[in-house]
Structure formats: C-alpha cells, structure tokens
Design a protein around this ligand. Sequence first.
Ligand code: PLP
Length: 495
Amino acid sequence: MSQTHEKLTKEKLGDMPAEEFRRYGHELIDWIANYFEHIEEFPVLAQIEPGDLKSQLPSTPPEHGESMEAILSDVDRLIVPALTHWSHPSFFAYFATSTSAPGIFGELLSAAFDVKSMLWRTSPASTELEEVTLDWLRQMLGLDAGMSGFIYDTASVSSMHAIAAAREGVEQRIREEGMSGRRDLPLLRVYASEQAHSSIDKGIITLGLGQRSLRKIPTDKDFRMDPQALADAIDEDKRNGILPFCIVATVGTTSTSSIDPVSDIIPISEKHAMWLHVDAAYGGSAAIVPEMRHILEGCQRADSLVLNPHKWLFTPFDLSVLYCRHLDLLRRAFSLVPEYLRTPEQEKVRSGSDYGVQLGRRFRALKLWMIIRYFGHEGLAARIREHCRLAQLFASWIDASTDWELMAPTPFALVCFRACPLIKEEKDEVRAKRLDALNEAIMHGVNATGKALLSHTKLNDKLTLRLSIGNIRTTEKHVIQVWDLLNEQLKKLAG
Ligand code: PLP
C-alpha cells in the first residue's frame, strides 16, 4: 500500500473519530436540554409556508463531507423553524404526546447498538427485554398473563397484524391460497364502530380484504358502539352467507375518546366465535392508574389489544404494543424461515421476525424499559392522573360558561367542545353554518398566535374543537393560557 493511499484511508474511511463524537455528543445533549428549557419560546405550529424549507436546501448532495458545526448550525437555522413542536406543553392538538428524557436516552443507546431484532441470536437483549418489559406493562394495566406482548412501530401496524391473526384463525387457507379468484371463499367481515380509527380501514385494505369487508356499526349519543346494532349486523350477515370473523372495539376513540362497551361486546364475539381486537391505542395507558383500571373492563377476555406508549406513556415515537392471546396464530400467519435464517435454538426461543411482515426490528423495548424504571409505575400513573385532572378542570370551565358547550363526555384527558354564543338567526341551517365557521376561525386564531395548538373534528355534523392534554410538561398554567386565548378569539370574532 502506498503511503498516500494509507494516509487517505486513515483520513477518509471509518466513522467519526471518537474524540469528535464525544465532543459533539456532549454539545448535542446540551442543545437538547436547552431546547426543552426554552421550548415555550417557540411557536407551537411551524410558522412557514409549504415549500419554504425545501427551497432553502441544496437540491444535490454534498460531494465532500461537511463539518458538524455546519450541520448543527443548519439544524438551528433551517430545521427548527420548520418544526411543529410536539414537545411544547401547549400542544393540545390530535392526541398530545411527548417524549421524555429516559426515552431519549433509550433511543440514543438503541441507535448505537443498531440491533436488528429479527432472530433471538441476532438480538438476545432486545428479544428478552421486550418480553420482560411488556410483561411489566401488562401487570401495570391489570391484564391477565394469557396476554403476551409484542412491539410494532405504530397502532396501525399492530391492528393490521391482529386482524391478520384473526383471519388466520378462520381456517380458510388464506396464507397458502390467498383470496383472489376463489369461489369457495365467502366474504369475510370485520365490524368496528363508526368512530373507529381509519387505521382499521387501512389494515383491511392492506390485507386484501377490501373495504366492503368492514362494516361500520352505529354509535349511541356518547359515541360508543351500539352492541345491539352489532349483534343484528352479524346475524344479518350470517343469514346472507357472509363470514363474520373479527370485531374491533375502541377504548378511547380518536374524535372523542369514547369507550365502546367491551363487556357487552364480548358475549357477542364469544357467541359467534369471533376474534375481539381492542384498539386502546390512546386510552389504554390510563389503565395503569389504579382508579382508572375499569376503562379496560371486559378487555381481559379480548383476543388482542393494542396500546401506544408513544401516545400517552412518554415514549418517543415510535412504539406500539400488541397484546395477543394467540401468538401461535400470529406466528402461523407470518413465520417464514429461509435457510439463511435457520438457527439451532429457533424452536426454544422467540424470534421477532416470526410475528410480522418485518424481518429486522428496532430495539424499541430499551426506551420503554428505561422509562418504566426511571418514573416507576407510580410516577407514570401520577402524570396521567394529572392530565385527566387538568382535562376535567378545563371541561368544568366550559360547562360553567354560557358561551361554550361540551360536545362529548371526557373519560380521559381529551375535551371536545365548541363556542355557542347566541346567534340571532331564524334558520337552523344558517345558524349551524355560522357556528361552524366561528369555531373554525377561533381554532385558526388560537393556532396562529403560536402560543397553543388545537385540532378539530366533526360530531353530529357540528365542527368541534378538541383539547388533548398528554404532554409531560403541560401544567395548569398552560391550560389557563389556552382558555384565555380561546375567550380572546371568541370576543374578537363574535363581539
Ligand atoms: N387508533 C386510535 C384510537 C388512534 O387515535 C390512532 C391515532 O391517533 C391510531 C389508532 C393510529 O395510531 P398510529 O399512529 O400509532 O398508527
């Protein structure tokens, strides 16, 4: 090897030198600590127009490596202004969520280990830590030991896998023969309420069942699935030669956080030998609060349940947990071991790739393990309890005001409400349209201040504002502030 080549190899190959890594690593941790300390100085919603960031970035990749100084300075200059700050304590939109320090450390370590959790031997730590951590979480939730946990990225993917396992259970040789071109296969049907999350529709589309396989069941005045309507729909489908195989109940629906009556749905699923999957992506975490355990009533007899620690357990995105009573069916649906992945211990151990579409999986359990250890069951429960208290407080202000009204019950930490000032208008439709427009304008007005972020939904055809409290940094001060902002907007817009 020539001397020049040796020099070049030393300089240009290999990773960042350890000293540099250490220096920038410390700098970055300082940067993150400052970010959290000053996060309230940023507008919650990114104040940029579509395309603004793209137009400031070079359209071709750098030919030569750049310094970390230059890269980090562009994070400040370009990336941060283009962020909508989910970690801001006044982020009340969608489902408010947040990362936490132990979760960030978990992510950092996981990126360093860069494990592909596919076979036990490629990732013994990830495989076994996942089993233990999810069993801890199961105990915290009050679920029985028959439920085994498995980590996916998102609830959308967890639910899709649950429905695939349910389909495997109908013994129609779908894994082997597929569904298309089969005259012997009846229409397979899944039932979920009108309020179920769109991920259920998407899961069904992905599995090739087709949207007509999903029957939406009406809800009651509190947006909960009507069990009688469910039973009637199943009976009717059976009379028509359709094969009902799965019910999806939701604990904490996306629009209102309503809770389907799982205890009343269970006897229906059992009568028809159907799989009951519970989408507790949002609401499930609240069951770790001892006095809120009842929200999972009936779920002890479900076949599967999804819950998202990345929603309300202070876990950096992404981490979704599927608890399943029949991992054997999930395995039967997805296990496929080519020669190059065969290992001597495969019959004795769990291998992540046996339970889903993915081969390699991130070491996600590490962050959840660190979070549960750092905060403890008690600490996590205290934070969720406080979020629920703040939501009740906000709901009580709405309730006490003649200018505002609640649009749905508040079983968790999501308040659905709208402004309803007196509008003198004879025609109901005109009044309804004006109220919708007013509420939309109030929301945009609050969001434009950059001091808080709200989102909306439609309930009974009425535009409804949603205030979701789920950020680890949110305190009463922030809830008071958004209440003031809402009233300022109302005054400005409705006089
Ligand atoms: N289920 C419910 C009830 C949800 O509210 C959401 C998202 O808000 C999802 C599923 C989808 O979650 P994910 O983004 O993890 O797929």
